[in-house]
Design a protein around this ligand. Sequence first.
Ligand code: ADQ
Length: 480
Amino acid sequence: MEGRPIARLIIISNRVATPDARGAAGAQGGLAGALNSALKDHGGIWFGWSGQETEDATDTMQLRRADGVTTATIDLSSRDVEEYYNGYANSTLWPLFHYRLDLTRYEVETAKGYERVNRHFAESVVPLIEPDDLVWVHDYHLLPLGEQLRRSGVANRIGFFLHIPWPPTRLFVSLPDHELLVRSLLEYDLIGFQSDEWRESFLHYCREELGAEVDEASGAIRFGGKTVTARTYPIGIDWDHFQEQGRTEEARIAEQRLVSSTRHRTAMIGVDRLDYSKGLPERIDGIARFFDQNPERVRDLVYIQIAPPSREDVKSYQDIRALLEQKAGQINGARSEVDLVPIRYVNRGYSHAELFGFFRAAKIGLVTPLRDGMNLVAKEYVAAQDPEDPGVLILSHFAGAARQLGAEDRGAVLVNSYSPDDISRAIQLALEMPLAERKARYAAMIGTIRDDNVQGWTRAFCDDLAATRPPARGADSETD
Ligand code: ADQ
């Protein structure tokens, strides 16, 4: 790195992948591994919520060191979890940022709780930060953390990465205090987005609503005497680790289980957290439309949906689960024979080795979110395919991954995930696709998935953060 000494890294995210949480299915996917390896390279600390709830707020911090990585966690009170996590983060920001105004709740109390917990995060982490550390904050739970850190006197380089979409200005302005939230974001030195589309929405807001001076090409935003840069860093998978998982006995057994249980039928798979942004009921409607149009194909297509519940304390998540169960039940009731069911719906998570095996056995991967920052499942599905006989990825236009994997419709088969007819058409196309076309589409995607991996993503962000202007340390150091 151009002779620059490698700085220590402080990673701050809502949850921390502590050694004992690492095995938890889907805990933080390849991201946890990548951040851990970045921490091993740089040295430093990963700070966040332990996931534990206490009756009252406490100031106790648990520090642990394992595998060369130090984690620091705090517990949150039940009230904090309700207002900050279930409330503002998951009932206001998550739906709004996924374009779901109909599910977005605006409550003064939860907004205050969000602010309070961000302040508490800042106060807790500040003593751990040394003058030359790079500070990297993750995701929508912690949008205002940079400003809170600045208020506590942190002059370090601080970067922020948003894992989810940034909504269009016309939706975003429905958020009370939208301007305060964006102003707080401008306290970071570098802001990362998954795709150009989300970055453009953010720049549009800064220009049109704040009157900031914006340079589209470089992403420089000048506002209030300060410059912050907004760039795109599409996240990737941990390629090596996933391939390693794919070579295990566990993966082989999982593949065999699916192959032998589906026999002569084509297996089509979907793997998602149970979340309304993933478009699950709409997907089932698309599959139902396919069977309506091709009733005889119930005998040669089986759909496997793996969807472990998430955020179960939030009502909209309870609703989506009930709706999905109802829809899957309906089509199974209408289409099953004594010896077969068209949809297998599994409410649990699996290890990455098992997922690899399932993906490889499935000749169609259905990834149809209504809106998604990136979507790593799409990349994992392709990464698990046999290059000599690859399956077909059906991917929503509205996932960040569509820009990388679906360019000119040469890789993934792109669909409008709101349209049952479009999903049905894509399934038909995938079932009939000749081997040469499947191989060509696979070849168009696999290089990006292998090379633009999560290690490269981490490196690109940290290098850019390290190269931002030196911290001001009280002086007016604006150079450009
Ligand atoms: P998520 O919304 O959780 O992440 P996604 O990227 O699809 O979405 O998945 C993350 C990881 O969870 C993947 O590694 C996947 O294998 C795992 N996972 C999902 N379902 C699982 C299951 N049933 N069993 C086991 N593991 C499962 C958010 C954003 C995304 C963004 C990621 C990373 O919403 O848009 O891609 O962060 O930035």
